[in-house]
Ligand binder design. Structure first.
Ligand code: PGA
Ligand code: ZN
Length: 425
């Protein structure tokens, strides 16, 4: 059973920007569709997107990426077995020939790789998560859900990028969403009561109309309480500091707090937040180039909170191994388009799991109706899932897919719950 047709087309993402969709059809007419998401706060070592530049759509069109798929990728993959993901991904990497996938584009590669994966699952007549699980006892992931959006996703209104919650008291995926829905609504009510509610940010979180970063944290705690939950026990706070967005070379500028901090200063500030607030997870607390800072922060609080590497680890197995040798972070954010292929994404996840690191499969700020990552998180038994807030259909489509998976048969291992959170032993 082989690949009979590959079509590439331009579709549009949740920010109204062009992106790449690939449709793979097998001999038996089974079909798989893969779509490239897009980040706004990207790590410098991510697989590079191929964009056209120039005037059209602010330079973001993807005609060159589509041409590469039609002229080079499709001819190389026609007649191949869609079930041979590793072999096909190796072909994609070799065809591109650059270390960061800049020639054919990480966007072209990831859309193709995901389409092949979907086509293989469709041919096997299995839901994607089940095809990936291959009979293993996997669990539905613990969701990490944004309440306020900030940083690059909200005109830098606040410095911290994601103010999220994790329903640590939930015993099912559906219950985690129920609890989050109440917190999200209460947070919106509190903001409306305290000042203008200015709409939502790129991932659907409330637009952060705050005067200080800590005001966002205070409001989040108040929202958890207003929703009737015990902060930290039933609902914990997760932050994505995305520190590379406001600092490099060990110097950070918190614009909202009008403060310039060095690596130690930012580390101390964040440790204080961990002590004062019911924080259970913190992502990219220091810049991607501040390895010493990341090690220091992990040493200070890694036994009580999850320390997540995103821009720093860029879904790269080698970098995860390096971080583990140093003791930086205890959890890895897994984004397929950072790696560029399904096989490399899975390798990063498996290395993390083998090293005892937590794993969170994550969407990007530029998304579509595509729900593949929910299946990856479940089928790969990642334990956790991050897809943005609790509004806007490119986000809700993913949460709803998790509800469906759980309602239909449930993952054989049930719901991952709070045990999925990483902490250093
Ligand atoms: P991005 O941000 O998709 O805009 O890069 C998401 C994140 O930092 O986790
Ligand atoms: Zn991040």
């Amino acid at each position: 059973m082989t690949i009979r047709r590959i079509e590439a087309r331009r579709i549009w993402d949740s920010r109204g920007r062009p992106t790449v969709e690939v449709e793979v059809t097998n001999d038996d007419a089974s079909v798989g569709i893969g779509i490239a998401p897009a980040g706004a706060s990207m790590g410098t070592r991510e697989a590079a997107e191929l964009r056209d530049r120039g005037e059209r759509f602010k330079g973001l069109d993807v005609q060159q990426a589509l041409r590469g798929i039609e002229r080079e990728i499709a001819p190389a993959l026609l007649g191949r077995d869609a079930g041979d993901q590793a072999g096909i991904d190796a072909t994609l990497v070799a065809l591109d020939g650059t270390p960061n996938k800049a020639r054919l584009g990480g966007n072209a590669l990831v859309a193709t790789s995901l389409a092949v994966l979907h086509a293989a699952a469709a041919r096997a007549r299995q839901p994607l998560w089940q095809y990936l699980a291959q009979g293993r006892s996997v669990q539905l992931p613990l969701p990490q859900i944004q309440i306020f959006g900030g940083g690059a996703h909200a005109g830098r209104r606040v410095d911290v990028q994601d103010f999220m919650v994790i329903a640590t008291g939930a015993t099912s995926f559906a219950q985690a969403l129920e609890m989050t829905a109440e917190v999200y609504r209460c947070a919106g009510e509190l903001m409306a009561a305290r000042g203008p509610l200015a709409g939502v940010a790129d991932e659907g979180g409330w637009w952060p109309d705050f005067k200080r970063n800590e005001e966002a944290l205070d409001t989040l705690v108040a929202a958890i309480e207003r929703a009737g939950f015990v902060p930290g026990d039933e609902v914990g706070i997760a932050l994505d500091i995305a520190a590379s967005e406001f600092g490099s070379g060990g110097q950070y500028r918190l614009a909202l707090d009008n403060q310039q901090l060095d690596s130690d200063g930012l580390c101390e500030r964040l440790v204080r937040w961990v002590e004062r607030y019911p924080i259970v997870s913190m992502e990219d607390p220091l810049g991607e180039d501040d390895e010493a800072g990341l090690v220091a922060f992990t040493r200070a609080v890694g036994h009580r909170v999850q320390v997540v590497g995103d821009d720093y680890l860029v879904t790269d197995a080698q970098r995860v191994r390096g971080a583990a040798r140093l003791g930086a972070c205890n959890c890895v954010l897994i984004k397929p388009n950072q790696a560029g292929t399904v096989t490399e994404t899975r390798a990063a996840l498996e290395v993390a799991q083998a090293l005892g690191y937590g794993t969170i499969v994550s969407a990007r700020s530029g998304e579509t109706e595509d729900v593949a990552i929910v299946h990856l998180a479940t089928g790969w038994n990642a334990g956790q899932l991050k897809v943005g807030s609790f509004a806007r259909s490119e986000r809700m489509a993913k949460w709803n897919e998790g509800v469906r998976i759980e309602a239909r048969a449930g993952a054989p291992g049930g719901f991952a719950g709070r045990a999925a959170l990483a902490r250093n032993r």
